[in-house]
Design a protein around this ligand. Structure first.
Ligand SMILES: Cc1cc2nc3c(=O)[nH]c(=O)nc-3n(C[C@H](O)[C@H](O)[C@H](O)COP(=O)(O)OP(=O)(O)OC[C@H]3O[C@@H](n4cnc5c(N)ncnc54)[C@H](O)[C@@H]3O)c2cc1C
Length: 223
């Protein structure tokens, strides 16, 4: 049963800037849901690898997918521990020194083990979930059995997780505030342009509203 907050573990306890650490379930979910991508790290054949990849959250699990031939996914399927990070940049923070120069951000780090999804029906549902996550409302044809067979879907329970949030803007050392220098922050947001129709669009297809009015973060989810 879901509770308000995840339980910190020795691994997820923030040592540096513990005041910026959060374990609130809603906050963790919101950061994951807003992000377009995640980075999944694992040790593959003795070397660290980090894979930028699409991610979708369903309840208390996150999913990634890719080719059955993908090296990182293969190692994760075989039981390699995963560290998954999700990062949102909120501002570029221009302090009065190089060390006061920073970013405001919201990020999540998940420690987990992947489990391959093998049920074709569940895989079909996940294909739709990835589409919905990036573009709610978009309709696709059903996946073909060979496409499903060629794709590895991995599920990672969100159990050992932390969020970190920097939202303080300029934070200079006290003696720097009086310097004759500008300081401040530039808010950062993703901008989405007008949709460009595929040049091979079948005749009579209009650009749908969900593409014309694309926005992120997506609608708040109930789970
Ligand atoms: C966009 C961005 C830019 C950053 N730039 C820098 C930089 O230039 N230099 C720098 O030193 N640090 C930077 N950080 C912070 C960095 O991610 C680490 O939090 C910080 O370096 C401390 O690392 P640590 O391993 O010593 O943390 P510790 O406090 O020892 O980490 C312990 C645990 O805290 C949690 N944790 C730590 N960091 C994060 C995080 N970012 N998100 C979620 N959980 C976390 C994890 O569970 C981790 O296992 C940046 C973070 C972001 C999101």
């Amino acid at each position: 049963m879901s509770t308000e907050a995840y339980t910190p573990t020795p691994r997820t306890k923030l040592r540096l800037r513990p005041d910026r650490g959060h374990y609130d379930r809603e906050l963790v979910h919101a950061i994951i849901d807003e992000a377009l991508i995640a980075h999944v790290g694992a040790v593959v054949n003795g070397e660290p690898r980090v894979l930028p990849t699409a991610i979708v959250r369903i309840g208390e699990d996150v999913y990634i997918h890719g080719s059955q031939a993908n090296g990182v996914l293969g190692a994760l399927k075989d039981g390699a521990p995963a560290t998954i990070t999700v990062t949102l940049i909120d501002s570029i923070v221009a302090g009065r020194s190089g060390f006061g120069f920073s970013l405001d951000y919201r990020s999540v780090m998940i420690f987990s083990h992947g489990e391959a999804v093998t049920d074709p029906e569940e895989k079909r549902g996940l294909v739709q979930a990835f589409v919905n996550d990036l573009m709610p409302g978009h309709t696709v044809r059903p996946p073909k059995p060979k496409e499903l067979a060629a794709t590895l879907f991995l599920r990672f329970p969100i159990e050992e997780v932390s969020a970190k949030v920097r939202d303080v803007g300029v934070l200079d050392v006290e003696e720097d505030y009086g310097l004759d220098l500008w300081a401040g922050k530039i808010p950062v947001s993703l901008a989405f342009g007008a949709p460009e129709d595929c040049p091979r669009l079948a005749e009579g297809i209009a650009t749908p509203d969900y593409a014309q009015n694309y926005a992120r973060p997506p609608m708040k989810r109930s789970t």
